[in-house]
Design a binder for this molecule. Structure first.
Ligand code: DO4
Ligand code: MG
Length: 278
């Protein structure tokens, strides 16, 4: 089942049918450990409305309310290798190598809800950066109790020159206005997501493809529950929390995003998150 937050209301998609959700408070709705059962009950008590489908084309919002967005890093080999290369001159190489193998994962604060961009909205590259990439990441949604109840596509926009200059600049490379995007929906499968799920990143410039790659989430070094347990060790989340799980796709070093590029992140079962770069 997929739950969409739109400017006109909340829509549930189940078995290609669209149901209105009467809940007025998005945060209360999603912060339920039995979210799947709650949504299942809607499909038996409410009549589907095919016209709701149109809301999903023009009026989509990021599926976030008052939650914080956190992110895990260096969870795939490709990410470890790319970071080691970019930070070689700064002597940062061994940090990434060590965190990949360490018991404690890298987890960092990514964005407040205000910094999160809606589907079809514009993600930003920093004005003081010249080497930027999108990071396509499976993103978990956990309730206040730390239960993973939903998944979405996330874009962890990253300034590689700033992060490569010094690992201590990571917060500036990762967190700024328009540095994150989420959507197009919350995917609520009722069971953990299939480990064979693929993530695909496509980048178009002037309507031509300039980058296209994909990876299976089975390539990730860590378990989702492992990342969540570290995040929840010493942080509580009144409305639940989003956690990006790291990128397994990093474009080659001679690639940088340009303003006007279109970024598409597709994850099986969830859909495609489309954003333009500004
Ligand atoms: O350590 C730097 C950031 C890592 C990251 O964002 C990722 O691996 O996705
Ligand atoms: Mg990342």
């Amino acid at each position: 089942m997929r739950l969409y937050k739109t400017r006109l209301g909340i829509v549930l998609e189940a078995d290609e049918q669209y149901y209105p959700i009467e809940a007025t408070d998005w945060d209360q709705l999603i912060n339920q450990d039995n979210l799947h059962e709650v949504l299942q009950a809607v499909t038996t008590s409410v009549s589907p409305s095919p016209e709701l489908h149109h809301w999903l084309h023009t009026d989509l919002l990021a599926p976030i309310g008052r939650q914080e967005v956190w992110a895990a890093g260096v969870t795939y080999l490709r990410s470890r290798d790319a970071r080691m290369e970019e930070s070689q001159d700064a002597g940062g190489g061994s940090f990434y190598d060590r965190v990949y193998d360490a018991e404690r994962p890298e987890i960092f604060f990514k964005a407040t809800p205000e910094r999160v961009v809606d589907p079809l909205g514009t993600v930003r590259i920093r004005k003081d950066s010249h080497w930027n990439v999108p990071e396509p990441e499976l993103t978990l949604f956990m309730t206040s109790s730390g239960k993973i109840v939903a998944y979405t596509c996330g874009n962890d926009m990253s300034s590689r020159d700033i992060e490569g200059e010094n690992p201590l600049y990571l917060p500036q490379a990762k967190s700024y206005d328009g540095s994150a995007a989420l959507g197009p929906c919350l995917y609520v499968p009722g069971t953990p997501i299939d480990p064979h799920t693929h993530i695909r990143l496509e980048i178009h410039r002037n309507r031509e493809s300039v980058y296209d790659n994909k990876i299976s989430i089975s390539q990730m070094k860590r378990q989702h529950t492992e990342l969540v347990s570290f995040l929840f060790r010493e942080c509580s989340f009144a409305y639940g929390c989003f956690l990006m799980t790291g990128t397994g796709i990093v474009p080659p070093d001679d690639f940088t995003l340009q303003r006007g590029d279109e970024v598409q992140i597709t994850i099986d079962g969830i859909g495609t998150l489309v954003n333009t770069v500004a």
